[in-house]
Design a protein around this ligand. Structure first.
Ligand code: SF4
Ligand code: SF4
Length: 414
């Protein structure tokens, strides 16, 4: 039985569509899927409408629409061009929640990967059960254990070496092998930590370097903060993104309880996805979620940067530019240390890096990121700087993309 509230949300989110197709002109997954209309913004809205009608009239659907919604990057580029104010990303979010709640079929491999991630997050507080590895970047660094301010990495930088190598493994071994591996971990969650063997070592080095640079930038700015080390849990973003709302609610409350028990009042976030989930999704499922959430760039002492002459190209994270409120601090801070340029597809016309699809649809993610690299590099040869670990991991080939923390660290006076 479908929750009436969810059905009503799907109705409201899809009913105004006039099928004009404007949203297809900006949707990154449409060209990346060789113009498979079910993987474009209009296709998602029309399938969402068909799903609504089937569920309303028959109480079930026979059409397997899951791939259409799960391949959505949630970038929200589509809503900015829709004359009717329809948001295909939001339609995908509602449909995923319905698909998850009704147990509708999701192609088996993706189901294995999704279930493996959900089970492991619920059990170990990390999608791959790797909390010890997630804290290794902080070895030898000092933290203020009595501070009520927490540096919260959300494990996001630390997960990139694994998602990158899992995508590469799937491309190398094929779908069936990846399905079997994910299926094995799903059935034997006690061995999930073995997935720690699958990591891209170069990406791990780069991500740990960024984390240490973020720490150093904050310290040089005079900030005091604690860090939970191996106790730090992942925020549960995948649970939300995959539509596992009941699990997300339970998990978010566990994380909030941990923050409270550690005496935390203020949380410093360091990536757009963790920042968004704490700021916008936790308050909806956790009662009295009254922590102050602040982004690390807002705490930096901007006087410490040396003006730079280098021409750099800034790739904006979708969460900072396509959602409200727009967050401009990364660009402002970067312009203190370099000449910032942006590609044509920027601002409200931004083009996603493809990263959010990396785990379930690595080929699609790769195709989107190749397109974005072409837009960024076309004939310019400038260094590309990103402000999100997912963008960084997905756009980087041969170390030609730089994380904002690493760029800023190169430009500290003295
Ligand atoms: S732009 Fe809006 S109205 Fe037009 S097809 Fe897309 S969702 Fe429908
Ligand atoms: S949110 Fe992004 S990927 Fe999803 S339909 Fe809209 S433009 Fe396409």
């Amino acid at each position: 039985m479908i929750d009436a509230r969810l059905l009503e949300s799907l109705d409201n989110a899809t009913k105004d569509c006039i099928s004009c197709g404007f949203c297809e002109s900006v949707c990154p997954t449409l060209p990346a899927s060789d113009y498979d209309l079910s993987r474009g913004a209009r296709g998602r809205v029309l399938l969402g409408r068909a799903l609504y009608k089937d569920l309303k009239e028959k109480g079930a659907t026979e059409v397997n629409v899951a791939d259409s919604f799960y391949s959505c990057l949630d970038c929200f580029a589509c809503v900015h061009v829709c004359p009717a104010g329809v948001n295909a990303g939001e339609v995908s979010d509602i449909a995923k929640e319905i698909i998850t709640a009704t147990g509708s079929p999701l192609e088996s491999q993706k189901k294995n990967v999704a279930t493996m991630i959900v089970n492991s997050t619920m059990k170990y507080g990390n999608p791959l059960g790797l909390r010890k590895k997630a804290a290794s970047w902080s070895e030898g660094l000092e933290f203020d254990g009595s501070s009520k301010t927490l540096l919260y990495t959300g494990n996001m930088y630390q997960l990139m070496p694994f998602s990158k190598s899992m995508g590469a493994m799937k491309a190398k071994l094929g779908n069936r092998a990846a399905e079997r591996i994910a299926g094995y971990f799903k059935s034997h969650p006690q061995f999930i930590k073995l997935s720690g063997m699958f990591q891209d070592r170069t990406t791990r080095e780069e991500m740990e370097n960024s984390l240490r640079n973020i720490y150093a930038l904050l310290r040089k700015s005079g900030a005091d903060f604690n860090y939970l080390g191996e106790k730090e849990p992942y925020p549960g973003t995948f649970l939300y993104d995959l539509g596992y709302m009941e699990e997300f609610k339970e998990y978010a409350n566990t994380v909030a309880d941990l923050f409270r028990s550690e005496g935390v009042r203020r949380i410093i976030t360091i990536d757009p996805h963790t920042h968004n989930v704490l700021k916008n999704n936790y308050p909806g499922v956790v009662k009295n979620f009254d922590f102050e959430i602040v982004y690390y760039l807002d705490l930096l002492d901007n006087k410490m940067f040396e003006p730079g002459e280098e021409d750099i190209e800034y790739h904006e994270p979708c969460y900072f530019t396509l959602r409200e409120p727009v967050y401009r601090e990364p660009e402002k801070t970067l312009s203190l240390a370099g000449n910032v340029h942006k590609p044509r597809r920027s601002g409200k016309n931004n083009f996603c890096c493809g990263g959010p699809s990396e785990l379930l649809y690595p080929e699609l993610a790769h195709s989107v990121s190749e397109r974005r690299r072409e837009q960024l590099e076309a004939g310019r040869g400038r260094r590309v700087v990103t402000a999100c670990p997912i963008c960084y991991a997905n756009l980087n080939r041969d170390r030609d993309v730089t994380d904002i923390a690493n760029y800023l660290s190169e430009h500290i006076k003295g």
